[in-house]
Structures are given as structure tokens and as C-alpha cells.
Design a protein around this ligand. Structure first.
Ligand code: 2RA
Length: 339
């Protein structure tokens, strides 16, 4: 069975990665359509040896289409309802619908079955949340989770192309003794860390930090998991890293944690301190798995673990997860009837 697929936001970083992943995973495509704002319309993109012209998104872009992959931004607010009206399932990478109780929020390694109750829109979680929950799920299944304390080290590409450009230009300028005023970030990112991602909200936490709390509870289907987060932008191009402290309900030794993580889908354990082996963002970019290392017991509480987790936030944290959701739609046969 093949699907008619439309990508909205095809010209951006996530849009490009969606195309790469559809190709690599040999997603069964019948018809492909690429859409974006009028600014990118007319651009030519090659996919599997065929040239496609990016079209400006309109309500009618979704006529006869089965699945719409929205790369991000406000496009899903503008066009999501029109797509659903036309019988096209929306997989949305933006935060617009994530906490809507009518919208499943899905990480295929964690809650694949939630795809089945969609009413037209399925949300793709925030990148740092996806990377964390893939590592939490096997621990949760083995020992339950009471509380998670996470600090993130998030790459500049999480802020888009401008984030990458700012790190490069600013690093050069600083080395040469010049200046490059911050633009995309609140402060200089070159040779610095910025404990501030997205806007400040309740209780002086940022929006990114609240996403990690609320989305984790929704994906894990368990509001009793206490999560507290500090999210930090670091001068790394790609792949988000996370230091995760977990208080489990029952005892899980480090050896047992290593075993359940090694057996878990989508996880690669890289943990051999005798050889200085642990995950690092420089080496996890352009992969689809979540890498876990430094697995050890918390020395301060009875039932606690520390993990160091790294994943490519543009792939598993966005595009790969979205394409995996599209695969579930076909597997569970839950596309929509065309009106
Ligand atoms: C970031 N989480 O890294 C964001 C991207 N969605 O800034």
C-alpha cells in the first residue's frame, strides 16, 4: 500500500531531512507534493531522481493527499484544519497541537498505539523530549519512575539555520579579536553556554523546560512522573545531549539498566569507561537512534540512576520520528476516508 504524501515547509532544515528519511526508509510513496510559503515557492528539489517544484501551500494543496508532514512553525495552524477536512492526516512537528487532549503525541518506541485514536492530527513532540523519553521508557517498564531531573545541552541547529550561521561567524570573529553581536541567541554563543531556550514562563522556567515536563507525562501516559528541567544552549552544531537523573520506584542496578537499555528499540548503549566510550554529539549526528552512556547508580538515594543521553535532534528529534509515525499510520491502517 502506497500513500500520497505532502510536505509542508519542504525548503527548511526539517523539510530537507524529512525527504532524506522518506528516501532512506523507503517509505511507500505514490504521489509526493512539496509545499512551503510563497517565499520558497518555485524552488526545485530533487527526490529519488525526480525534480519537484515547491508550491505555495493553500487549502487545496491537500486534495487527494493521505499524509501531510508539517515541518514546523505556524503552518499547521493555518492549514492543518483544511488538510483534515480533506481527509489528509496531519503529522505536525510544531508545538501548536501537542498538548491538545484531542491530539495524540507520539514517539513510536514509547506509545505507538496512541496513533490509533487520532482525529486527523498527530503531534510530533519537542526534540529534547523525544530524545529523553526513548531512554526513559525501558527504565519505566523495568522499575517505574517517580522523578526525573534533566539538564540539556542543546545544539545551535535546534534554533535553525541562523543558529548555525551565528555560531560559525561569531566564533571566527571572536578568534580574530573582532565582535559579532548576538542575534538569534540572547547572548554570545561562541565559547559560552546559555541557560535559556525559548521564552520564560511560569515559575521562571522556560517554555522548552515546560515542554519536557508536560510532553513527557503525556507521551508516557502517566501524569504522576515528576519532571524538572534546565535547558541550555551550547556551542555545538548538531545533536542534543542530556544529563538525566531518574528516581525509580523499585531498585534497578546499573547492570540491569544497561541490559534493558541495550535491548530497547531505538537505543544504542555506548558505555565502556575503560575505553573512554560514551556518547558525544560530534559522533551521533546524522543517526536515527538515541545513544546512552555513563549509566550508573545515583550515590545519594536508594533507587536512582544517572544517564548521559545524546541524539540527533533534527533526525530522531524531529524528521525521523515524524516518518516513523507515518509508518505506523500505514501499519495500523488508520488513514482517513476522503470526502
Ligand atoms: C531547540 N527544541 O533546540 C528547540 C527546537 N525545537 O531550540
Amino acid at each position: 500500500k502506497k500513500a500520497n504524501v505532502v510536505i509542508v515547509g519542504a525548503s527548511g532544515a526539517v523539510g530537507q531531512e524529512l525527504l532524506n528519511i522518506l528516501n532512506e526508509r523507503e517509505f511507500p510513496i505514490n504521489k509526493l507534493k512539496l509545499c512551503a510559503t510563497s517565499r520558497s515557492a518555485g524552488r526545485e528539489v530533487e527526490f529519488q531522481g525526480k525534480k519537484y517544484i515547491i508550491e505555495e501551500t493553500t487549502d487545496d494543496s491537500f486534495n487527494g493527499m493521505d499524509i501531510a508532514l508539517f515541518a514546523g512553525g505556524k503552518a499547521s495552524l493555518d492549514f492543518g484544519p483544511a488538510a483534515v477536512e480533506r481527509g489528509c492526516v496531519v503529522i505536525d512537528n510544531s508545538s501548536n497541537y501537542r498538548m491538545d487532549p484531542e491530539v495524540p503525541l507520539v514517539v513510536p518506541e514509547v506509545n505507538p498505539e496512541d496513533v490509533k485514536w487520532h482525529k486527523g492530527i498527530i503531534a510530533n513532540p519537542n526534540c529534547s523530549t523525544i530524545i529523553m523519553v526513548v531512554a526513559l521508557k525501558p527504565i519505566y517498564d523495568a522499575a517505574g519512575i517517580k522523578r526525573v531531573v534533566v539538564s540539556t545541552y542543546q545544539a545551535v541547529s535546534g534554533a535553525g539555520k541562523e543558529g548555525i550561521e551565528e555560531l560559525t561567524a561569531q566564533t571566527k570573529a571572536v578568534i580574530e579579536g573582532g565582535e559579532y553581536p548576538p542575534n538569534k541567541f540572547a547572548h554570545q554563543i561562541a565559547f559560552n553556554l546559555i541557560p535559556h531556550i525559548d521564552v520564560f514562563k511560569d515559575m521562571d522556567y522556560t517554555k522548552e523546560e515546560w515542554k519536557m515536563v508536560l510532553e513527557t507525562q503525556k507521551i508516557m501516559n502517566d501524569d504522576s512522573i515528576a519532571v524538572t528541567a534546565t535547558t541550555v544552549r551550547v556551542p555545538v552544531y548538531r545533536s542534543h545531549s542530556e544529563s538525566i537523573n531518574i528516581e525509580t520506584k523499585s531498585k534497578l542496578s546499573a547492570a540491569e539498566a544497561k541490559k534493558v537499555l541495550a535491548d530497547a528499540p531505538g537505543v544504542i548503549v555506548q558505555d565502556d569507561i575503560s575505553q573512554n566510550i560514551y556518547p558525544m554529539p560530534l559522533f551521533t549526528s546524522n543517526t536515527d537512534e538515541v545513544f546512552v552512556g555513563r549509566i550508573r547508580e545515583d550515590n545519594t538515594i536508594e533507587n536512582g540512576l544517572n544517564l548521559w543521553v545524546v541524539g540527533d535532534q533534527i533526525r530522531k528529534g524531529a524528521a525521523t520520528n515524524a516518518v516513523q509515525i507515518a509508518e505506523l499510520l500505514l501499519k495500523y491502517n488508520c488513514l482517513m476516508e476522503k470526502k
